[in-house]
Design a binder for this molecule. Structure first.
Ligand SMILES: [Zn+2]
Length: 133
């Protein structure tokens, strides 16, 4: 539906890197080929639940569930077979972006979060509404 490149300090800590790239997609559009990702609850400042689902064998994070919304997943783009096929739609929490990362010319970037209704395409908004109500 939409792709976030998140530069927040939580994502930096969870990935051990400068940012995370998450593809927001309906859970029932995900086909698991092997294994069953296991949820690990992460501490959050907001108190809003954040579960990271990890491969039980290698412990790589494959997706997040923010807010215990079981029909919506934030899939780690770097775990896909072809991560190059996906580009971020928006860069978020750029207020904590590391200074040596330069965003592409014309990138849609936000100091913190953004207004979903303003940024998402109509088709994606309809899909989001279908899973979240
Ligand atoms: Zn983040």
């Amino acid at each position: 539906m939409f792709v976030h490149c998140c530069h927040c300090t939580d994502c930096q800590r969870h990935t051990g890197s400068a940012f995370v790239i998450n593809a927001l997609i309906e859970t029932d559009h995900i086909e698991i080929l092997a294994g069953a990702p296991e949820p690990v609850s992460m501490p959050t400042e907001s108190g809003r639940p954040h579960d990271i689902y990890r491969c039980p064998a290698c412990k790589v994070a494959v997706w997040s569930d923010y807010g215990r919304r079981p029909r919506l997943r934030f899939v780690r783009v770097g775990t896909l077979d072809d991560p190059r096929a996906i580009r971020p739609d928006v860069h978020i929490y750029t207020r904590s972006k590391v200074p040596w990362v330069r965003l592409p010319e014309g990138a849609r970037a936000f100091e913190a979060f953004y207004e979903i209704e303003k940024e998402w395409p109509a088709e994606s908004l309809a899909r989001r509404k279908a899973v979240l109500g």
